[in-house]
Design a protein around this ligand. Structure first.
Ligand code: AMP
Length: 359
């Protein structure tokens, strides 16, 4: 297990006047890299062969380290190069998915911007829920078994297939029927069904809120938000109800894009309170708590209450909508989450508290 002291030892060896910001070439790398350059850092991307085009064509990377597969970021050679470049690594969704929390916790001896130990808390459903419940934010009710289903629920399955195979139902009988159908169609197998996560279906509008916990300024900022663009559900709802019934399609919730959105101004107060509470809970769970970007995926009901159904303990993909309206209001210019990260690292360096923003 990598300790914070060991990370600080690596940092001690760094030339802090010549830092790099590094990430994997996927997810939100484009604006992380561009933000790094805007704030005067060298930008470094570790990229799989065949995936370098966006970073080359958009000119956002000062150095591209090509690997055969992303998990090679923990290979000694690659880590050595990152340390030579005085790199601070920014973890994102693909980082967590491809490298995995075990390797991040045990093998990556490069300073990470953010709290590396909290990545496990977003990756395991029970831990994620524990964090949200400790924070006292509203979460959808979870049903322990299909027999308990007494209202509309969404049934989720683990694994990398994303929202494919998720379904909505509202009784134990309908659950069995749909499971059978899904198995027939090859979307699920028996093992998946045992691990089904059954959650109250919250009817509301989707806001994925992009927060930034600044250690330097000791604040929790709301910088922007998006709503998910999911296939096939967002296509399905464009069909008239009559045709939906005719075609007998099952919905899926596979993310394919993000749409920028803003919330009614009067609702911002609630969102700040939720962010503050999540940060406090994260501090209790693992010092020093969340550092930098995190995201609460919410649904806002007709009573204007937010239910949190998912947490990202790192930069969220929805920040790719790039124009973060509240960041614009704070800084007076277009500010991506990538640039916000780089600004925090720059300010931490200026104030001599770089140690506080890495783990
Ligand atoms: P997830 O895999 O948890 O991110 O969920 C994928 C998508 O399913 C979300 O983006 C929502 O569109 C939908 N969804 C997830 N949980 C709920 C819920 N409790 N109520 C309604 N829709 C949900």
């Amino acid at each position: 297990m990598v300790s914070r002291e060991e990370v600080w030892e690596v940092l001690e060896e760094y030339d802090v006047e010549d830092l790099s910001i590094a990430t994997l070439g996927s997810h939100t790398a484009l604006h992380i890299l561009r933000g790094a350059k805007e704030e005067g850092f060298r930008s470094v991307v570790v990229c799989e062969e065949g995936r370098t085009a966006p970073y080359e064509r958009l000119g956002v990377a000062d150095e591209i380290i090509v690997v055969e597969s992303f998990e090679e970021v923990v290979d000694e050679e690659v880590q050595e190069r990152l340390r030579e470049l005085n790199a601070i690594v920014v973890p994102h969704g693909s980082f967590v998915a491809y490298v995995g929390v075990d390797r991040i916790e045990e093998e990556l001896y490069v300073p990470i911007f953010g709290n590396r130990w909290l990545l496990r808390w977003e990756s395991e459903r029970e831990l994620e829920r524990e964090l949200l419940e400790r924070a006292g934010v509203k979460v959808p009710r979870v049903f322990e078994s299909p027999e308990e289903i007494d209202r509309p629920v969404i049934v989720k399955f683990p694994g990398a297939r994303g929202g494919r195979g998720y379904f909505i139902c509202s009784s134990p009988e309908e659950f069995e029927e749909k499971v059978e159908k899904m198995i027939e169609r090859g979307y699920l197998d028996e093992e998946d069904v045992e691990r089904a996560h059954i959650e109250e279906y919250v009817v509301g509008t989707n806001f994925c809120v992009h927060y930034f916990r600044s250690v330097v300024e000791d604040t929790v900022e709301v910088l922007g938000m998006d709503r998910r663009y999911e296939t096939n559900i967002d296509g399905l709802v464009r069909m008239p109800a009559r045709d939906q019934l005719e075609v007998d399609l099952e919905p899926s919730f596979v993310i394919s894009g993000n749409v920028p959105v803003v919330v009614r101004e009067s609702l911002l107060v609630q969102l700040y309170e939720m962010g503050d509470r999540v940060v406090e809970a994260s501090e209790e769970i693992r010092e020093p708590g969340l550092i930098g970007p995190f995201c609460l995926q919410t649904l806002c009901t007709e009573d204007l209450e937010f239910y949190v159904f998912e947490l990202s303990a790192r930069i969220d993909g929805g920040t790719n909508v790039t124009f973060l309206p509240y960041a614009f209001l704070k800084f007076g210019e277009v500010f991506t989450m990538g640039r916000r990260i780089a600004r925090e690292i720059r300010e931490a360096r200026e104030r001599g508290v770089l140690r506080e923003v890495v783990t």
